[in-house]
Design a protein around this ligand. Structure first.
Ligand SMILES: O=C(O)CCC(=O)C(=O)O
Ligand SMILES: [Fe+2]
Length: 392
């Protein structure tokens, strides 16, 4: 009988990606434990080329060293898709400012919005903005190549996750459009060493859950700072381990499995404000958010109606219907019960998943995090979320 990591775990499991079909079974069992118990794991040996990774990583300091007027040319505020550069001090988590600068870049795609006002949220997906090729030659190719490889890894992980839930490899396919209609998002982030510290280490990014099914995170420098919250509320370090990605599960997967999978609250602390760290420089990371179909809605269909018309199928049934047709096995439910219920944390929590299509949930999350971009491109929604205007 497989055992689970206790809910008050104090470290995060490391799991090797299988290299042969014989290893798949062991991988799926370890994955099952991570899905249910920790919501986080380190993945070693993933099929992403080391050259692709090192090429991307070599651009990161150069990207952030671009002059401010160059970065402003591809600023997020120009993009209704929330893609592009965000300078320090304009991103918010739970009404507190995050101390990081970043560029959001998604897999290449044009907008699916057809101009209908009530479906404006479909404009959340669209083309990325890049620095001009003349100022950072080769960067666009480096990030696009990286994201294409990580997208493939994400697609493969979703098939393993389905099996870890006791479904067939295609058991989660109903949450995805055909690949040409899917946009996944990533970003490149720098967490600078703060000028001074007032008591506690600063908020690089505040406590939050990720929204989608899974996140594939590359910690691109050796800094500690990433922390994961266990079920007893304690913050556990998830410091970088060379040759690994950190994988975590988001609220969409938790909702879709009605709490079998854990979306785990996490945060990043700024590097300590010391001269030693100032010499080393900022912490760098590259999170990649593997999305689900923007039209999927997680809530009860009878109560909230069907998803949007543009979907390849109008039905996206939950894996576990409220009362009947438990598709997952008794064993998985036993493991979930052994873990215990998921307490409410003070993280950003995307409760709109029950009533809104996933694209709209994403938009609400983006407006909350980037209110200046929301005010410009989605003024109506902005007014609802920020009745007193921009936070300061
Ligand atoms: O920078 C990191 O290591 C994690 C960032 C993160 O959790 C996020 O952007 O959602
Ligand atoms: Fe995150």
């Amino acid at each position: 009988m497989p055992s689970t990591t206790p809910f008050d775990f104090s470290s995060i499991p490391v799991i090797s990606y299988p290299t042969s079909s014989e290893e798949n079974g062991k991988f799926i069992t370890s994955l099952q434990n991570a899905l249910i118990s920790t919501g986080f794991f380190y993945l070693s040996g993933a099929p992403v080329s080391p050259e692709t990774i090192s090429n991307l990583v070599s651009y990161i300091p150069k990207l952030f060293a671009l002059p401010p007027e160059e970065k402003d040319k591809f600023a997020m505020v120009h993009s209704p898709h929330f893609l592009g550069y965000t300078r320090l001090g304009t991103e918010w988590t739970k009404q507190k400012v995050d101390w990081r600068e970043q560029i959001d870049i998604a897999t290449p795609m044009t907008s699916r919005w057809n101009g209908k006002e009530e479906e404006r949220w479909m404009n959340i997906w669209g083309p990325s903005q890049y620095p001009d090729e003349s100022v950072l030659p080769g960067f666009k190719d480096a990030i696009d190549t990286y994201q294409a490889e990580v997208t493939k890894l994400g697609n493969q992980l979703v098939r393993f996750i389905a099996q870890a839930l006791g479904l067939g490899p295609d058991g989660l396919d109903k949450f995805y459009e055909v690949p040409q209609k899917m946009q996944h998002r990533g970003k490149i982030v720098a967490y600078p060493v703060p000028d001074k510290e007032e008591g506690e280490r600063g908020q690089g990014v505040g406590p939050h859950y990720d929204a989608g099914f899974l996140t594939i995170l590359l910690q691109a420098s050796s800094h500690p700072g990433l922390q994961v919250q266990n079920l007893s509320g304690k913050w556990i370090d998830a410091s970088p381990k060379p040759g690994t990605f950190v994988i975590n599960f988001g609220r969409a997967l938790e909702f879709a499995t009605q709490g079998i999978v854990r979306a785990t609250s996490h945060r990043v602390l700024s590097p300590p404000a010391t001269d030693e760290w100032r010499k080393i420089g900022p912490r760098y990371s590259v999170p990649f958010f593997h999305n689900i179909d923007m039209c999927v809605r997680m809530g009860d269909r009878e109560k909230y109606g069907l998803e949007c018309e543009d979907s390849h199928t109008s039905l996206h049934p939950l894996l576990v219907e409220p009362k009947s047709s438990m598709i997952v096995s008794e064993e998985i439910l036993r493991l979930r019960d052994a873990r215990g219920t998921l307490g409410n944390t003070d993280s950003v929590n995307y409760s709109e998943f029950l009533t809104e299509p996933s694209g709209k949930v994403q938009l609400v999350g983006r407006v909350k995090s980037h209110p200046d971009v929301g005010e410009k491109h989605y003024p109506e929604l902005f007014k609802k979320l920020f009745p007193n205007g921009l936070p300061n």
